[in-house]
Design a protein around this ligand. Structure first.
Ligand code: NAP
Length: 325
């Protein structure tokens, strides 16, 4: 693994440069504040009448309209939702200084050709591997979050050094910056979201709950069993790895897992996973995201409504009020 840490990286390529952070959401807030605390000149670019302006100003950050921030900067970081980035790029492209650098925290828009950066620009990615709230709180505690970096276009011959300096300034190099490519980062990330942690795990929890309730188990007990133990599992895997987690549970639980797990996640499930990966690699998922945004998010609205109206939500609220989940 090609992993670099603070001591391997010179922050010099960012010194004296002005960074525009476009978007003040999950990543934008954390990255802007970390850059500022690392001594970098930062301006947050927001659309007119943005609800985030006050919060950014109260945090001591300079703010400007997206196009003004872009025109004033040497490095422009695109940190609005992925489905908005192509439109934002189109609007600001003419305002980007000749020879500037543009950066992303996810490879999707560049890898799938939704953005075709101008040829004079450096194009890099630093993708922290976790949410912005954690990126910020780790930084404040003198720690960092692992990040993935890549260069898609090296017009200046210095894009690599700039990407690494950026990764250091937001604190990722305290934990480690892993070299990748826009394609690899984006495909792995979208695959995980669709087929593993964010896609399959919640579906497994719901399916397990429904199976027990259908068999006559009380919803509360089904919830405690199928959902309530997830944090315990995550904590054990984080602390000890998967093999260590198995050793930490009872023989009964370990045998149940060894016999039952592979029956559920069988060849059919693996084949479904390959199909999700193929949807990602072919660009079908990126196109679905673009269409979803253009149509006003019908799939997402439907999925949210189904989750909220599921029996599990009532059980969750009841258990929460007891302090039991
Ligand atoms: N979320 C994560 O944990 C995470 C982790 C790693 C990488 N990433 C990547 O980081 C990037 C940013 O994701 P995010 O989750 O941080 O985004 P986000 O929180 O959804 O971004 C919200 C911000 O984007 C602004 N925005 C939305 N549409 C805009 C538009 N058309 N023009 C200008 N500004 C607009 C919003 O403006 P208003 O304030 O006006 O509403 C708000 O400030 C993405 O590429 C994502 O894949 C995210």
């Amino acid at each position: 693994m090609d992993l670099l840490r603070d001591r391997d990286i010179d922050i010099g390529p960012l010194a004296g440069k002005r960074v525009a952070i476009l978007g003040y959401g999950n990543q934008g807030r954390a990255q802007a504040l970390n850059l500022k605390d690392s001594g970098i000149d930062v301006v947050v670019g927001l659309r007119g009448a943005s609800g985030s302006a006050r919060a950014a100003e109260e945090a001591g950050l300079e703010i400007a309209l997206v196009e003004e921030a872009t025109a004033s900067a040497d490095v422009i970081m695109f940190l609005a939702p992925d489905e908005a980035l192509a439109g934002i790029y189109r609007e600001v492209e003419a305002r980007i200084r000749y020879g500037a650098a543009i950066g992303f925290s996810h490879g999707l828009t560049v890898h799938f050709g939704q953005i075709h950066p101008r040829h004079d620009l450096d194009v890099f990615m630093v993708a922290p591997k976790g949410p912005g709230v954690a990126l910020r709180s780790l930084y404040e505690r003198g720690k960092g979050m692992v990040g993935v970096w890549a260069v898609a276009q090296d017009a200046s011959g210095k894009a690599r050094d700039l990407a690494l300096a950026y990764g250091k300034a937001i604190g990722c190099a305290r934990a480690g910056l892993i070299a990748s490519s826009f394609a690899e980062e984006c495909e792995a990330d979208l695959f995980n979201e669709g087929a593993v942690v964010w896609g399959a795990v919640p579906e497994i929890l719901v399916a397990g709950f429904e199976t027990l309730v259908e068999a006559g188990v009380s919803p509360e007990l089904a919830y405690l069993e199928c959902v309530g133990e997830l944090k315990l599992l995550a904590d054990l895997i984080e602390a000890r790895g998967i093999a260590g987690m198995r050793e930490a549970i009872s023989n009964t639980a370990e045998l149940g897992a060894a016999l039952g797990g592979p029956r559920v996640v069988d060849e059919h499930v693996r084949q479904n996973m390959r199909q999700v990966l193929e949807d990602v690699r072919s660009g079908r998922f990126a196109e679905a995201l673009r269409r979803e945004a253009a149509d006003g998010y019908p799939e997402l609205e439907g999925a949210r409504a189904r989750s909220h109206s599921h029996q599990m939500e009532r059980v969750f609220q009841d258990l929460k009020s007891l302090g039991g989940s």
